[in-house]
Design a protein around this ligand. Structure first.
Ligand code: PLP
Length: 374
């Protein structure tokens, strides 16, 4: 698979930093331009398009996740969905929420405010394993919220084992897929999780300010959230009819909790095009392509005497490769030197983080490796 022509221009730079921002495919850039043209000539912003734009995005996401469209809330971030859940799951004084120490801040912060209401937030050691978890869950535990692929270790969690345990013990299992969705296939209906949030701007190759929250109907039924957006309950055309009290709809599932301004043309049109592009390539094929790049990268890092810190193989391995110069104090300088030579990776928590995706080629990996200081 060589998709590099479908992306860019990269202006001679090598972008191996999808865990920060995925590149936007050309088809998505065209969709963004179309959105701009609609706004330049606003008679194009028809009531039908206000409905169709979010519907098409939801349909693409539903195919990516294997979930019915109405189980998906459209969002602008991972944080949006995490806040829906942290504020909406009925939790009482004495209840306990489990998080993972060192997790990405957007996963941790939404729960911390609950401590004011007497809810305990416990931070478990990373990486989270089903065995340790089995000994940790107590009769007070209501929620486990964690990231699927860890931003700073590259470890991919075993959702099946952890989820099965949570389900058996009656704990809601909330997963942040920001570093996984778009790079790893998932079918949420056959994976024992209760909610999956993600950003759209990393492995889903959408614009910044995009995300979603899928939730299982059993969880959505339990949410206690007072959040009602008028354009979710009715259409702009309804404003033309005789005045009547707006009414609540109860048939919308999770989509009732869409981010306000849901027909976000500038962001959602290109994101839909990106998601449809990835679907067309096939997430399985993309995962296989990314795995080839990761293999080559790990082999080259070994050859150059770098330490590979993220899992090297097996189901725990992800598309995030964390590595270190044998003298860890040199990592920042190595990162700077790569950037000076037009190779872009991330420097995170003292380590080097490579994250290749669909638009990268083996040449990109070789170029990064050749540029690495000995
Ligand atoms: C694991 C993880 N979760 C979430 C985010 C971003 O979250 P949000 O969309 O809420 O800003 C990132 C990176 O930006 C991340 O690496």
């Amino acid at each position: 698979m060589n998709c590099s022509e479908d992306f860019g221009p990269f202006h001679g730079k090598t972008w191996i930093n999808c865990s920060h921002q995925g590149a936007l495919p050309r088809v998505a850039a065209e969709a963004a331009l179309e959105a701009v043209s609609w706004k330049q000539s606003p008679y194009n912003l028809t009531s039908k398009r206000f409905t169709d734009v979010p519907a098409r995005l939801r349909s693409a996401l539903s195919k990516l996740l294997g979930a019915p469209s109405e189980e998906i809330a459209l969002a602008n971030s991972a944080s949006y969905g995490l806040h829906l859940l942290a504020n909406g799951i009925p939790l009482r004084e004495g209840d306990e929420v489990l998080l993972v120490r060192g997790d990405f801040p957007s996963v941790v912060l939404p729960w911390l405010g609950l401590e004011r209401r007497g809810i305990t937030v416990r931070h478990l050691d990373s990486p989270l394993g089903a065995d340790e978890l089995a000994n940790t869950i107590s009769s007070r535990t209501r929620v486990l919220c964690t990231t699927w692929v860890h931003s700073f270790t590259g470890v991919a969690l075993d959702l099946d084992a952890i989820g099965a345990l949570c389900r058996e013990r009656g704990v809601w299992f909330i997963v942040n897929g920001a570093q996984a969705v778009g790079a790893r296939p998932i079918d949420v209906t056959s994976t024992p999780i209760d909610a999956l949030v993600s950003v759209g701007f990393k492995w889903l190759c959408g614009p910044y300010g995009t995300g979603f929250c899928w939730m299982r109907p059993a969880l959505q039924d339990r949410l206690e959230l007072n959040q009602v957006y008028w354009l979710t309950m009715q259409t702009a055309d309804d404003l033309g009819t005789e005045e009547a009290l707006p009414t609540l709809r109860h048939d919308l599932g999770a989509s009732a909790y869409d981010i306000f301004g849901t027909a976000n043309f500038f962001n959602f049109m290109p994101w839909t095009a990106s998601a449809e592009y990835l679907l067309d390539k096939g997430i399985d094929n993309i995962a296989a392509h990314d795995a080839v790049l990761v293999d080559r990268l790990i082999e080259g890092l070994d050859t150059r005497g770098y330490h590979v810190l993220s899992p090297r193989s097996g189901s725990k391995r992800s598309t995030l490769v964390l590595a270190s110069h044998k003298d860890r104090s040199r990592n920042e300088a190595v990162h700077r030197a790569l950037r000076e030579q037009d190779v872009e990776i991330a420097y995170r928590r003292g380590n080097l983080r490579f994250s290749p995706h669909v638009y990268n080629t083996t040449d990109d990996i070789d170029r990064a490796l050749q540029t690495l200081a000995p």
